[in-house]
Design a protein around this ligand. Structure first.
Ligand SMILES: *Cc1c(COP(=O)(O)O)cnc(C)c1O
Length: 392
């Protein structure tokens, strides 16, 4: 192999894709004088529902808020159990604790990193009320199998689709005719980004109504418009809700990003192709498998090292990448090993051996629409250079 040359500047792990259109849209909204939740939020909710093919969309200020609202709409609370994966961001399980229920982890399929339906079945008790599968990294969880389990046991399906804008399952976008509720994130690093933001999507009118009211303090519907000529100053608080709504500056950014999605995804896939080609026959690496009926949104590029075939650890591998000016991350540090969970539930790392092994061997490489094939080639060369020097 030719000599690897370290670049001069630091390559970010993730950067948002900003065009003039985003700047213009935010500027227009700011100048319009209506900054809070208003016409642009309502328009975006309509556009996003149409885009995924769902009946209703409630714009919120984070995916965490959407996940919380989804459980609240079902009255899930103390004494109830909700099953989710330990290979996820804290929100998937934190929100179960927020409603007073107990999160129950089910281990993953090591080929994909997705929650394993067979492991879910082992965890079902009389107290189980819901399942929160995560479409990890942009792969769709096995919704046929999970949906069947939900039907058989009368459980609510609350999908964590934080990574899943553009993810397809059986040919349709995630969120297309959902059984329960689907929660999206528009956080700065996600495929569709507006800084902070999210959406709850559903086909169920009751869920949409409840989530909408709970997202604005529990105020009776239509309250955003109470300052208009046709509006009324009078409103009711139906129940003590939350301050979770999306607002118009966010919505105008999200709207432009959605319109640019095809182009952004196309460029993301160019970088993916470079990685896939470079890593396909490397025995020190394990790539994520994509099931036949799934289209991967590639929110994250998941690389796993094979520890037995390297003389350095995963952590040292990350240091080697950093020394080559490449920013990387790990998705995720298994949630059951985090002190809040380990202490409260007495978990040991080995309690979920597959998620733990996955988490301990994983490295997320830079992956975003502005990365470009040349930068991806640089990262791939760096990975191969490290392997060449440290292979066993
Ligand atoms: C980012 C993320 C969330 C939380 O999204 P926010 O919009 O920041 O609340 C939830 N679940 C997963 C899997 C995530 O990666």
């Amino acid at each position: 192999m030719s000599e690897f040359k370290v670049r001069d500047d630091w390559m970010q792990f993730c950067v948002p894709d900003i065009s003039d259109a985003e700047v213009q849209a935010v500027s227009d909204t700011v100048r319009s004088g209506w900054w809070a939740k208003g016409p642009r939020t309502i328009e975006f909710e309509k556009t996003f529902a149409e885009y995924v093919g769902a009946k209703y969309c409630v714009g919120v200020n984070s995916c965490t808020a959407a996940l919380h609202l989804a459980l609240l709409t079902q009255g899930i609370g103390p004494g109830d159990e909700v099953i989710t994966t330990p290979l996820t961001f804290a929100s998937s399980a934190n929100t179960i604790l927020h409603v007073g229920a107990t999160p129950v982890f089910a281990d993953i399929d090591p080929d994909t990193g997705l929650i394993d339906p067979k492991e879910i079945e082992k965890k079902i008790t009389k107290k189980t009320r819901a399942i929160v599968p995560v479409h990890y990294s942009g792969l769709a969880a096995d919704l046929d199998a999970i949906g069947k389990i939900c039907d058989e046991h009368g459980l609510f399906l609350s999908e964590d689709a934080a990574h899943a804008v553009e993810t397809r399952y059986n040919g349709s976008l995630i969120g297309h005719r959902p059984k329960g509720a689907v929660s999206y994130s528009f956080y700065a690093t996600k495929n569709l980004a507006c800084g902070e933001g999210g959406a709850l999507v559903t086909d169920d009118e009751e869920i949409a109504k409840k989530a909408r009211v709970l997202s604005t303090h529990g105020m009776s519907a239509g309250s955003w418009n109470r300052y208009g000529k046709g509006g009324s100053w009078r409103y009711d608080i139906e129940e003590p809700g939350y301050k979770y709504n999306m607002f118009d500056i966010q919505a105008s950014l999200a709207d432009v990003q959605l319109r640019r999605m095809d182009d952004m995804q196309r460029r993301r896939m160019e970088a993916v192709a470079v990685y896939e080609e470079a890593f396909k026959d490397v025995p020190q690496l394990r790539l994520q498998k994509t099931p036949d009926n799934v289209h991967h949104s590639r929110h994250l590029y998941i690389l796993r090292i094979v520890p037995e075939r390297l003389s350095i650890s995963r952590d040292q591998f990350i240091e080697e990448l950093k020394a080559r000016n490449i920013g990387v991350s790990v998705h995720f540090i298994a949630l059951h090993t985090m002190s809040a969970y380990a202490k409260r539930f007495g978990y040991q790392p080995e309690d979920f051996p597959k998620a733990y092994a996955f988490s301990e061997s994983e490295i997320s490489l830079p992956m975003y629409s502005t990365l470009g094939a040349d930068n991806a080639k640089y990262v791939a060369d760096a990975v191969l250079d490290i392997i060449e020097k440290h292979a066993k």
